[in-house]
Design a protein around this ligand. Structure first.
Ligand code: DCM
Ligand code: DCM
Ligand code: DCM
Ligand code: ZN
Ligand code: ZN
Length: 275
């Protein structure tokens, strides 16, 4: 996702943190973010082209070598996540590091910022797809301009939706999604989004669960949209002015909502022993 999507994920998560997780965030998050996961969620993108952080570039996605145009979608760790790592191993790594009391405050702050970002990216269908470099190499027209399919999903459709429905306010969009999770149309689905973060289980009793289990489940969930929707646009059409856009918005809403709700549940499990 672009900055707007990541900030929405961070703001949603913030709204669902329980006290222990909220305390960890306010104590460990770099003070320049004022204790808010929303503004901190874009940090990982802001550093990834710096020489010192180039190693983190492959952590933003998993190149699933499936066949979405043939209706075959899948994510496999051994096939799709090579030795340099991917978003699956990055989530596992930073989950371990954020709770590692032998690490410095700066290292745990960095782990929290990476987790906040990657639990967002793993819900973007094209971040869980190898085809045409996750859609980066597919040229499309969007809102009268040349663009690529990946960027339309990361940024273009979200910006248009923010302008049309939320007065260009990321905070208003996040608030609306929080309301829909708490008491609206997303309420009945939300517990299913955190099936991998058992609310009644303590971290210790999950010790036998592979740290990759949840990231893989989340990536497969996002990747399924590559078969059901993402590549099913009319070639040559303007994606902003067709049913492609109106059909994509509910998918983007629910994916950003999942990212935020899962991030809160994840941190609540790690720092409160409950989600
Ligand atoms: N780095 C790493 N392992 C990761 C992620 C990042 O070693 N999973 C970092 C540590 C250093 C940089 O990559 O900042 C280069 O590491 P090295 O000096 O071990 O080659
Ligand atoms: N690092 C990481 N994951 C690891 C090891 C290191 O992200 N498994 C990052 C944390 C530091 C940087 O690399 O910002 C430098 O690592 P080190 O402290 O190991 O030199
Ligand atoms: N990206 C991806 N899969 C890839 C390569 C890149 O999902 N195999 C994402 C990362 C960025 C966007 O595409 O969100 C553009 O990547 P870059 O800036 O590295 O070209
Ligand atoms: Zn992207
Ligand atoms: Zn990213």
């Amino acid at each position: 996702w672009g900055d707007d999507g990541h900030e929405v994920v961070g703001y949603i998560a913030q709204a669902f943190l329980t006290s222990g997780a909220a305390s960890f965030v306010s104590e460990y998050l770099d003070s320049s973010y004022d204790g808010q996961l929303g503004p901190a969620a874009t940090w990982a993108d802001s550093v990834k082209y710096e020489k010192a952080y180039e190693w983190s570039q492959p952590y933003h996605f998993v190149d699933a070598m499936d066949s979405p145009l043939s209706g075959s979608c899948s994510v496999e760790e051994t096939r799709d996540c090579d030795s340099e790592g991917c978003i699956l191993t990055a989530i596992a790594n930073y989950t371990t590091r954020v709770t590692d009391t032998s690490l410095s405050k700066t290292q745990r702050d960095e782990a929290l910022k990476f987790l906040t970002h990657f639990l967002g990216d793993v819900t973007q269908p094209l971040h869980c797809e190898n085809y045409e470099v996750g859609g980066n190499d597919i040229s499309v027209t969007f809102n009268g301009a040349s663009d690529n399919l990946h960027s339309v999903w990361d940024t273009g459709m979200i910006e248009l939706n923010l302008k049309a429905n939320y007065d260009d306010s990321v905070a208003d969009y996040a608030d609306a999604l929080v309301q829909r999770i708490q008491s609206g149309d997303l309420q009945s689905q939300a517990s299913g989004w955190i099936a991998c973060v058992n609310p009644t289980e303590k971290l210790d009793s999950r010790a036998t669960i592979s740290p990759l289990e949840c990231p893989i489940e989340w990536a497969r969930d996002a990747n399924a949209y590559d078969c059901s929707y993402v590549f099913q646009y009319t070639k040559g059409s303007d994606l902003a002015t067709t049913s492609y856009y109106t059909g994509a918005i509910p998918i983007i809403d629910v994916q950003l909502a999942k990212g935020g709700y899962r991030l809160a549940a994840w941190l609540n499990t790690l720092f409160d022993g409950s989600s």
